[in-house]
Design a protein around this ligand. Structure first.
Ligand code: DQQ
Length: 542
């Protein structure tokens, strides 16, 4: 229906109907980007899962192919869960994935599949060899919490890969498996790493370049002194993806985070709705690309009525910041091809205390907005004091000091998907705090959806993360991708990211407005704002 089309998403990845979750086995092969994903062909709720498959030339326009992997052998008869691809040295792509092999419990084993025809660039047919499963939960492993094999890496005559698990009641673990031939896999005595966080789903492990360069590294690049490793895990209990940056020792087969408190602090790719993510190395543009799943936040009843649920975030380039402490992310440059020809451009616009300015002259239900803010009279004395009790809890801080609570320096930012009388609007903004004993002001980035819709019964979580930037220099930027029900924001050039799902009842289609607002005491200057309407790409026929 028209309503559904307007409420869904225009340029974020999705199939025409049904439930989707985790991105699986992203890869580049013979001219095509491949994305597989968890898919329920029977409806708009999670259920009996298969691997759907789409291909693209540019990561933005997608064509749906037939189901790639579905239950067909004893070791995956009750579900084909998440997994990854590895490109072997002769160019053959291999998929490893988790299979559910019995009806009455989620007993998990790892399977392998090869392309039937390597010369088909679309890799439409996958064959499961007779030696499946390749790994079963042995030696006291928790058989119902044992899944999501990673892309394998190669060193010193051995392949290695990780499988996520739970040890005891609450320890997340990443087990290392080794193989010479990709067929027989044996577990290393000790896990790569573990932490008291609950189950680790969808681990991801890859090298990054030190020194702030943006180019990515293939997963097997190990030996340069100029690399670090990133270990990402998806926390089943908290439904977010966190990562640490650290050192991998391939002799002991262990990984040690640089920051000893990294497994507590939980740096996140995204402080919003973003889960079960996975990266891959793109040899064409020498970059590492991150895919992540964003669930709906309406009700399951709504999803069944809509007939679909779930999107993938815009693929993001990831690289290590020059500080070496965190990752940076930015939408792949190919997305810019969807920008309309006539952007609206604003320059040097002062926004005083309590003011807001509408950005007019374009449709903003499906748009890309880049803003740079300047704090001209940077009077940090007028910034709010940071409550020490909330100093480590961005989300709580933002939920008590939301967009509607007047501040000192900020809140300033965007109201997106706003209705004409502003009854509906989602605020994406920054707020600056002074904090005793800290060298620099603390910058909070928030997405406040508490006014996003007049519809009742929606889940409207406030999302927030700190931004590790020096605002005393007087500048900060924000890019927000608006796509009907998706608001995907990149603060300070991709230092902090927040994806949020909202379902306005009025701010739909032509009735969606965009404003810049300042609800702080200090004047804010928009030194530049560019807003583009976004075209709709080919999207799997949706
Ligand atoms: N989803 C898959 C699992 C994975 C979870 C099942 C994460 O393999 O652990 O659909 O969302």
């Amino acid at each position: 229906s028209i309503v559904d089309a307007e409420l869904s998403s225009g340029y974020h990845f999705r199939p025409p109907k049904n439930w989707i979750n985790d991105p699986n086995a992203p890869m580049y092969y013979k001219g095509w980007y491949h994305l597989f994903y968890q898919y329920n062909p029977k409806g708009a709720v999670w259920g009996s899962i298969v691997w759907a498959h789409s291909v693209s030339r540019d990561l933005i326009n997608w064509v749906a192919l037939k189901t790639a992997i579905e239950p067909s052998i004893k070791s995956d008869m009750y579900g084909c869960w998440s997994g990854s691809a590895t490109i072997l040295p002769d160019g053959t792509p291999v998929i490893m994935y988790t299979g559910i092999d019995r009806p009455d419990s989620n007993y998990e084993v790892q399977n392998i599949a090869y392309p039937r025809n390597k010369s088909d660039p679309l890799l439409q047919d996958w064959v499961k060899p007779g030696h499946n499963p390749i790994i079963v939960p042995e030696g006291g492993i928790n058989a119902t919490q044992f899944r999501d094999p990673t892309t394998a890496w190669y060193a010193d005559g051995h392949w290695r890969m990780l499988v996520g698990s739970l040890s005891g009641a609450s320890r997340g673990v990443a087990y290392v498996y080794r193989s010479r031939d990709f067929k027989r896999w044996t577990r290393a005595r000790k896990p790569l790493h573990s932490a008291p966080t609950g189950m680790w789903e969808c681990p991801d492990f890859y090298p990054v370049t030190v020194g702030g360069q943006q180019h990515g590294l293939d997963t097997s690049v190990m030996s340069s002194p100029k690399i670090k490793h990133v270990l990402k895990n998806s926390l089943d209990l908290r439904r977010y993806d966190y990562y640490t940056v650290g050192t991998y020792d391939r002799i002991t087969e262990r990984y040690v985070p640089d920051d000893p408190s990294g497994d507590k602090r939980h740096l996140r790719y995204d402080y919003g709705n973003f889960y079960a993510s996975k990266t891959f190395y793109d040899p064409v543009k020498r970059r590492r690309i991150l895919w992540g799943w964003a669930n709906e936040s309406d009700t399951a009843v709504d999803d069944v009525a809509k007939g679909w649920a779930g999107i993938q975030a815009i693929p993001r380039k990831v690289w290590l910041d020059s500080s070496g402490k965190q990752l940076m992310q930015w939408p792949v440059e190919e997305l810019e091809a969807l920008r309309g020809k006539r952007p609206v451009i604003l320059k040097d616009m002062l926004i005083k205390q309590g003011e807001h300015v509408e950005v007019t002259g374009l449709q903003t239900a499906q748009a890309d907005v880049e803003v740079s803010f300047e704090l001209p009279s940077l009077d940090l004395e007028s910034a709010e004091a940071l409550d020490p009790a909330l100093a480590d809890d961005a989300e709580k801080l933002c939920s008590v000091r939301g967009a509607g609570v007047e501040g000192g320096v900020g809140p300033f930012g965007l109201w997106v998907l706003a209705s004409s009388k502003l009854e509906e609007r989602t605020a994406v903004f920054f707020r600056v705090f002074k904090a005793a004993g800290r060298g620099k002001p603390v910058v909070l980035m928030c997405s406040d959806p508490t006014k996003s819709s007049l519809n009742p019964n929606l889940y409207q979580p406030t999302f927030a993360g700190f931004v590790d930037t020096d605002i005393a220099k007087g500048k900060i930027s924000l890019r927000t991708l608006i796509d009907r029900s998706v608001i995907e924001s990149f603060g300070a050039g991709g230092r902090t990211c927040i994806l949020s799902r909202v379902y306005p009842s009025l701010a739909i289609g032509k009735n969606a407005h965009l404003h810049v607002f300042n609800n702080g005491k200090t004047d804010i200057k928009v030194s530049g704002l560019t807003a583009w309407e976004m075209k709709k790409p080919l999207m799997n026929g949706a």
